[in-house]
Design a protein around this ligand. Structure first.
Ligand SMILES: CC(=O)SCCNC(=O)CCNC(=O)[C@H](O)C(C)(C)COP(=O)(O)OP(=O)(O)OC[C@H]1O[C@@H](n2cnc3c(N)ncnc32)[C@H](O)[C@@H]1OP(=O)(O)O
Ligand SMILES: CC(C)C(=O)C(=O)O
Ligand SMILES: [Mg+2]
Length: 551
């Protein structure tokens, strides 16, 4: 049995009752982004990335457009140290990109960090210590004053070494485990650090307020951020940064509400990799802005390549339903969704729309390197005529009449249901070919001649069900009607043409016609056939013969 009595609320709502952020309805501009993939993401991997893998990931982050990248914890291991040295010594850091390094507030670790970062064109020195009640009591066993002193001693040494080492340094301080810290105390510690660092509007300092472990609903974090934003000293010289983890599955919501509450910057990772349930997913955040028409200033136009590299170097897997990036996030298997998507796509095409508002598809998949073919309409036993017909039309060019779409839809669904598997677009097309197209056996009309006299007179040769041939002729009010009457006379069958449609079909450079015929039989049933030919009459005859052979 689970024991709920073991748990209680462990977060702190700030001493403030009116919040401005609750009145805002959207985020107006992108925050500044910092990727912590190479640090928080890396430290949580089963096998941390090798130097080569980190280099490849770094280049990807630069390509996406990150201007601040936390490249590691250089005092942690030789690989971490060497990675930073390689970036610096091989001039791999673009001019407009700043590397960030993490250090605990411990003397030898801060010193090692400065040693590692020497020669970088610019760098953010990120120092942290835990401030939460749980860490104060259980880990550090120190009073509030003593914990504050760890932070201020760290700040003092960072400032001193920054003056001793050549280089363009900026600073970041994190009261780690902020969400388990009393807001008034977190404020006191951050203000004490700021008093030492003395930031200015020209040289601002980053104060990063992490959701090291998520403890509350998202609105509480937003309250905490607005409280800190209102009460931090040197606010015009502070870049207020967020660093949410995802323990309650609310990392994105925490970040979005905290941005409404006044934060300027976000630290996170691609696909939400990071400690435990991960850091906040920067792709989701950026793409959420994009869907509101706000430029995220990050480029995810080749998502498949980003997924490939990420999966290869981290040995993680991008879950199929990960927003924007997962393999299935644009897929519709179910009939009503497919029908709406197909109609929405046609609407968009007919009206020549620029704005995107296709039902069920939040963004145009082609914006991020995905395709309509294969990514969107997927066929299984839950699918319907709308989607199946749309796929056949979009990918193979066959535009079936509505009643034939319905028949085809049920045929395809039933095959998928019995095979208990998805059908690929090629398999769907094969069902169409096998069921309807140019089925000129056992009955066939290899030859037809026409005379225009009191309507149309057709003289045809019929291959009979037993393989023999027979000449037949009849009048009709059109060529196909005349052929139909002649066929009925030859075989003694009882049917009428209930549906006929045709359209041109482009196959590379050759242009064919596709024709569709529905025959209603004396017993009330309807059979369907399709025909293709360069000659429109031959296409119609083939469609009719196919429908007749389907009885
Ligand atoms: C929330 C986060 O993600 S924070 C980042 C965490 N990332 C990592 O830890 C990855 C890299 N870390 C490492 O490689 C190692 O932990 C090192 C190299 C940094 C330090 O290694 P070690 O000194 O061997 O061990 P360890 O990490 O266990 O040290 C714990 C000690 O540091 C203290 N400490 C931990 N964090 C801090 C801090 N931010 N500031 C000051 N002291 C700290 C602990 O209280 C403990 O003190 P004690 O020795 O008096 O008991
Ligand atoms: C080092 C800090 C910012 C961190 O990773 C966290 O608190 O989650
Ligand atoms: Mg973290």
């Amino acid at each position: 049995m689970m024991d709920v009595t073991k748990y209680q609320i462990g977060y702190y709502n700030p001493p403030k009752t009116e919040y401005r952020w609750v009145h805002k309805d959207h985020i107006e501009k992108a925050p500044s982004w910092c990727s912590v993939d190479l640090r928080d993401g890396n430290q949580s991997l089963i096998v941390p990335m090798s130097l080569e893998e980190k280099l490849e990931f770094f280049q990807l982050l630069v390509k996406i457009g990150f201007k601040e990248i936390e490249v590691g914890f250089p005092a942690a291991s030789e690989t971490e140290y060497e990675f930073l040295r390689t970036l610096i010594e091989q001039n791999m850091i673009p001019e407009d990109v700043t590397v960030q390094v993490l250090t605990q507030c411990r003397d030898h670790i801060i010193r090692k960090t400065f040693e590692a970062v020497q020669g970088a064109p610019s760098a953010v020195i990120h120092f942290y210590n835990s401030t939460s009640v749980a860490q104060r009591e259980q880990v550090f066993k120190k009073s509030k004053e003593e914990i504050k002193k760890i932070a201020t001693d760290g700040a003092t040494l960072v400032k001193q070494l920054a003056a001793e080492y050549p280089g363009n340094f900026r600073f970041e301080y994190s009261p780690e485990s902020f969400t388990g810290t009393e807001p008034e105390y977190a404020l006191e510690v951050c203000n004490a650090v700021l008093d030492i660092m003395q930031p200015t509007p020209e040289k601002p300092m980053i104060i990063n307020l992490p959701v090291t472990v998520a403890m509350s609903m998202s609105h509480i974090y937003a309250n905490q951020i607005e409280y800190m934003s209102d009460n931090l000293k040197y606010r015009d010289s502070v870049v207020l940064s967020l660093h949410p983890h995802n323990d309650r599955g609310c990392g994105v919501a925490d970040t979005e509400l905290a941005l409404l509450a006044g934060a300027d910057r976000v630290e996170g990772t691609l696909f939400g990799n990071g400690e435990r349930t991960g850091n906040v997913d920067l792709i989701t955040l950026a793409m959420n802005l994009y869907t509101h028409g706000v430029d995220p200033k990050l480029d995810f136009s080749d998502m498949p390549a980003i997924v490939e590299l990420y999966e290869r170097v981290t040995r993680m897997h991008v879950y199929e339903r990960t927003p924007y990036a997962g393999a299935l996030v644009f897929a519709a298997f179910s009939g009503s969704h497919q029908d709406a998507i197909a109609k929405g796509m046609n609407w968009r095409k007919e009206k020549g729309l620029h704005q995107w508002n296709v039902p069920y598809i939040p963004i145009d998949p082609t914006d991020i390197g995905r395709t309509y073919d294969g990514d969107v309409i997927r066929i299984n036993s839950q699918s319907g005529k709308g989607g199946i017909g749309f796929l056949l039309q979009q990918k193979f060019g066959y535009d079936l009449p509505p009643k034939m779409r319905e028949h085809f839809g049920y045929t395809v669904k039933s095959i998928s249901d019995h095979a208990h598997k998805e059908l690929s677009p090629d398999e769907v097309a094969q069902v169409f070919y096998d069921t309807y197209l140019n089925k000129c056996a056992p009955v066939d009309i290899p030859d037809a001649h026409f005379i225009q006299k009191n309507g149309i007179f057709a003289a045809i040769t019929v291959t009979m069900p037993d393989g023999s041939t027979k000449e037949s002729s009849a009048q009709g009010n059109g060529r196909l009607d005349a052929v139909c009457n002649a066929l009925k006379a030859a075989t003694g069958q009882d049917f009428t043409i209930e549906t006929y449609s045709e359209h041109s079909l482009q196959h590379g450079s050759t242009s064919e016609v596709a024709a569709y015929v529905g025959l209603r039989w004396g017993d009330g049933t309807v059979t369907w056939g399709a025909g293709t030919d360069t000659d429109i009459i031959r296409a119609g005859i083939k469609a009719m013969v196919s429908a007749a052979n389907n009885k």
